[in-house]
Design a protein around this ligand. Sequence first.
Ligand code: HEM
Length: 436
Amino acid sequence: MSALLTDSTLSLLAHGYAWAPDLRRAHGGAPVVRTHLFGHPAALLHGPGAVAFFYAEGHVRRHGALPGPVVDVIFGKGAVHTLDGPPHRVRKELFTSLLMSPGAVGDLTRSVGSGWNDAVTAWEGRRVVLFDEVAAVLTEAVCDWVGLPVPEDAAREIAEDCVAMVDGFAAAGPRQLRARRARRRQERALAAAVVDLRGSGPHPDGIFSPALHASAAGSPLEAVAFHRGQDGALLDPHTAAVELLNLIRPTVAVAWPAVFAAHALHRHPGRRDQLRSEGPGSAAARAFAHEVRRFYPFVPFIGGLAARDLGFAGDELPAGTLLLLDVYGHHHDPELWERPYHFDPGRFLGREPGRDDLIPQGGGDARTGHRCPGEDITVSVLAALAPALAGLDFAVPPQDLSIALNVMPTRPRSGFVLEGAHRPGNHRPLRLRPRP
Ligand code: HEM
């Protein structure tokens, strides 16, 4: 059959998250389904064996795996996501050292918690779109943590740009253009901050000076600005800006699962009491965070190219085949999860998921492979925000809370509008234990 006839690109764009599970169903639930995507031979891989296979050393390379325009919008040119081998290892160490310590996770979570408390106070008597509000809280917190404190109005603009980049990466037309403009704007500002900090500024595009040097001491901004790659050289200011944005943008993207958490609490109000009583960071809150990440659609699949001729489940996968690891289908496979379409945090209560069981942020080892280094932060922030939401009283006016599966990335269409939010009399503001 010609590549044109089997090319799935239009079907993927039309069906979004349902594309991979539908394709597998049409092939009798096979662990490997061959197709074409973006005019390229491709194979959809599914199941726990596929996760181990995809993340095995030397199986998959990332450079050139996704179309350039997609990569440029979501990750940025030259980002860690697109590196392989030793250059990836050295760049990845920068991210794991910044993101994966209990100190970093705690600091960022606390910063989100205090922003949340201020925001809730400001919502009193107002009708707000939770998605926009959480995105602004996350932006202010992460900019502060990175070493680039910004006032609230600037945080809202940066939040809008980060949301545009995530929203527009798989879109054509105006959403894609908006995403590109947003990326250019933020990259320019962050590159200027790097130039400033390296001592050659102030730069005409700099928006963060003059407090920059003081706030940057010992910060992630400083670590990125003075990071040396495998060749021993500093990153050029544009690449440094891309990687700073790879700290800021995905943290803002936690607004997606945060709003899914609100959606889940709205659909299952019985879950609120346990979260309220056990509080932020509790076992119940972490189980809830994991179930939100399993149940709701965010990343449809993860892609890479076969680094050499490979074989999986009896199928040959020639070098250069685009390999797609089925993430959404993995989380909704009845062979892997009991009642997968049932939202049940109890399945994670008292146990952390196995490394390759829950893969919304990739599989394998985050320190050596491409798995997301921000996963602990994501879980910690969600495990703080879900009980905080459960502890608020508010009304949910009539709105469209449907979640379209053919839009990637998706979220409740209304963004979750709430009004009259207030803390009930006996509820304390969100307080997170200080770092030991
Ligand atoms: C909504 C929450 C998040 C989701 C769903 C998510 C998802 C992912 C996924 C699917 C990958 C690719 C895994 C692979 O290619 O094998 C990834 C990589 C990455 N994520 Fe996240 N992420 C989230 C939050 C974060 C946060 C909070 C940060 C940083 C503060 C972060 C930073 C990164 C970086 C730097 C990479 C590239 C890793 C590499 O290529 O080695 N992410 N993430």
